[in-house]
Ligand binder design. Structure first.
Ligand SMILES: [Zn+2]
Length: 348
């Protein structure tokens, strides 16, 4: 999901108040269960030998779901464990750490962050405390500046929306920065990491386990959950084309279920993003203002997306801002004449 936490407003604020009221009315036993839930292990599925995934809820990052909305994973080697994303609050991170401990006695040697969105990395702090030696934190070289730029916003959102008071030092920055590619040896299993040019965000990183041909696509792939653009639409489409070349037998998206090689999911996402690109280019050619474009460009038909109300208009806005100054914007294409030798004029 994208990184800018919402501002409380209207119905949202009402829901917060309702939640607070419900919490006040909770019976003591129920409150104790809720408090204890923070240390219970997250539910994980061993999707391939030694490859465990927790599938987050298909919702926005919010107090109602405890911030448990991103897919999180860990992979075991013979020597140690790599965790891939840590969840949207420290409590989710604690629960993931408990899930690791329940699955294996091996220590966590690497914590990989796929990008700087809060639902993927605010659980980092749970892995920093108490582990000897502490794990190395690994991310795209561009994650640290992205996280620094949004740190205050994240801390404010945690305090305002989740009632959680964290300090700047609780945001864990990477100590291994991946410029392009890296390999992490877990003992008998080596993970391939790749940092991408700007796509979903400007600091996306994917993880591939050649041993089981499992690709952790990060938020470069959304399934059922509407894709959320916070980087470059053109970059994202380009990254997808390359990502599809990975010979994966299982693709784990950043949000949504994992279904085999992910081909259908890639197709659905490509159709949406490509349609967005074309519609925004058309709006720009026609001289539409941003509000007019947002109003006119609806969700394309095809695969139904969850959370479209929340993300589609923002996606149009982000795409408009990106494409507004696009070089070499094509001239309006006339209807292609029929017959041999017809000019196509089509752009990717
Ligand atoms: Zn994201």
């Amino acid at each position: 999901m994208p990184g800018r936490p919402r501002k409380p407003q209207g119905a949202w604020r009402a829901r917060l108040l309702a939640g607070a009221l419900a919490a006040m009315l909770m019976a003591p036993a129920a409150a104790a269960v809720a408090a204890g839930a923070a240390t219970a292990a997250l539910a994980v599925t061993e999707v391939r030998p030694g490859v465990f995934v927790h599938f987050g809820m298909l919702q926005d990052w919010a107090p109602e779901n405890g911030g448990d909305v991103a897919n999180l994973a860990f992979v075991t080697g013979s020597r140690c464990v790599a965790v891939i994303d840590t969840g949207g609050t420290p409590a989710v991170g604690e629960a993931l750490r408990a899930a690791v401990a329940r699955a294996t006695p091996l220590p966590v040697c690497y914590v990989i962050n796929t990008h700087a969105h809060p639902d993927h990395l605010l659980g980092n702090v749970a892995f920093r405390s108490g582990a000897e030696p502490p794990p190395r934190f690994v991310a795209s070289a561009r994650l640290a500046p992205a996280l620094a730029a949004r740190a205050t916003s994240y801390l404010n959102a945690l305090a305002r929306d989740f009632g959680l008071r964290l300090e700047a030092r609780d945001l864990v920055y990477p100590d291994i920065a991946v410029e392009r590619t890296a390999q992490l040896d877990l003992g008998g299993r080596v993970l391939d990491l790749r940092a991408w040019p700007t796509a979903h965000t400007d600091n996306d990183l994917t993880v591939y386990d050649p041993q089981t041909r499992t690709l952790f696509a990060s938020d470069l792939l959304f399934v059922r959950h509407m894709p959320a653009l916070d980087g470059s639409l053109r970059g994202w489409l380009a990254a997808m084309a390359e990502l599809r070349q990975v010979p994966a037998s299982l693709v784990v998206p950043g949000h949504g279920p994992a279904d085999g090689d992910g081909r259908a999911a890639f197709d659905a996402q490509f159709a949406y993003l490509d349609s967005l690109l074309r519609a925004v280019r058309t709006a720009l050619r026609e001289g539409l203002s941003l509000p007019q474009a947002v109003e006119r460009i609806g969700v394309p038909g095809g695969a139904p997306w969850l959370l479209a109300d929340r993300f589609h208009r923002r996606n149009v806005t982000a795409a408009y801002a990106e494409l507004e100054w696009e070089d070499n914007a094509p001239a309006p294409s006339p209807p292609a004449p029929a017959g041999p030798g017809a000019a196509t004029g089509a752009r990717p």
